[in-house]
Design a protein around this ligand. Structure first.
Ligand SMILES: [Zn+2]
Ligand SMILES: [Zn+2]
Length: 313
């Protein structure tokens, strides 16, 4: 089978063996996989042999499991799940769990076949709903990350929320915020993205909650300028340098600056229902590429030519 690897600062498509069942778990024929911002970060940081691709849709072709899934089931899935037992898990910080960080799909999402464990089947695998395309349900994992961030922000009905950065994540964040009762505004320096989002930016408003989905360090200053004193800034992207929030701003303005990283299994369930019910719409947000066009998909994402890439296997 074919799979993508990133070695010596280059994406290559190589031949390798189809993964085998190891005890419990399933082998899945991959139909497609979304390209995530975190894949781009791994490439930008020039990590050797990173596991790329985790927003997978496919079909179960072999299974040994105590779950309801069976051969022939079409599924969407994500890659990490927590142990539910450690100190982090007990405190609800599931994405900090060692088990969470070490679990993954094998060999990677940009691969014709993958192996997933019983833990995945129990926590991060969902049946493809009849009313959604494979490409649409591939948003399951990224949307669950967004759900976690919106839940952590504890938005109150009618609060003014500003989404900074209107790429695919910003758009999901805006739609999800609306479901949770927030009045949404958005800002992106890219005019096309601003237009596509149909969101307005009002510089005269000070916002209760600001979601930082942009990885540009300059947006920190923007967030500090536009957050209402007493409000919240939710950090949802890594920045290249060590810039951060100013102690005295946080103190004198009673700001809450909080991070949200990856989703818990609970967030997957909410995300699944938001997509299935059409409360969050993703139609037309991504562009299709073939596996051997992965490099191009990465370039087009980095240069903001597209919002999001979906790699067809
Ligand atoms: Zn992702
Ligand atoms: Zn744990």
């Amino acid at each position: 089978m074919k799979r993508a690897v990133y070695q010596n600062e280059e994406i290559k498509i190589i031949e390798c063996n189809v993964p085998k069942l190891k005890g419990l778990g399933a082998v899945i024929k991959v139909y497609g996989c979304g390209l995530c911002g975190s894949d781009i970060v791994k490439i930008r940081e020039k990590k050797d042999n990173p596991i790329l691709g985790h927003e997978v849709v496919g079909e179960i072709i072999e299974i040994n499991s105590k779950t309801k899934f069976k051969v022939g089931d079409k599924v969407a899935l994500g890659h990490h799940f927590p142990c539910f037992k450690c100190e982090y898990c007990k405190n609800g910080s599931y994405s900090m769990c060692e088990g969470f960080k070490s679990t993954n799909i094998e060999p990677c999402g940009f691969s014709e076949y993958i192996y997933v464990t019983e833990g995945h089947l129990k926590n991060t695998v969902f049946s493809v709903p009849k009313n959604l395309t494979y490409e649409e349900i591939s948003f399951l994992e990224p949307l669950s990350c967004v759900v976690r961030a919106v839940e952590r922000a504890e938005i109150k009905k009618g609060q003014k929320v500003l989404v900074l950065g209107l790429g695919s994540i910003g758009n999901l964040m805006a739609q999800t915020t609306r479901v949770y009762g927030g009045k949404v505004y958005g800002y992106d320096i890219n005019e096309e993205r601003q237009k596509y989002s149909k969101l307005k930016f009002d510089p005269n408003i000070r916002y209760n909650v600001i979601f930082m989905t942009s990885g540009a360090s300059a947006s920190i200053e923007t967030a500090l300028k536009y957050v209402l004193s007493g409000g919240k800034i939710v950090v949802f992207a890594s920045v290249k340098d060590e810039t951060g929030y100013i102690n005295n701003d946080i103190y004198y303005r009673e700001l809450t600056v909080l991070g949200s990283y990856s989703p818990a299994p609970y967030d997957y369930k909410i995300s699944y229902n938001l997509l299935k019910s059409g409360k969050v719409k993703v139609k037309g947000m991504s562009m299709n590429y073939k596996l051997d066009e992965l490099s191009k998909a990465i370039q087009d994402t980095i240069s903001n030519k597209i919002m999001k890439a979906y790699i067809e296997l």
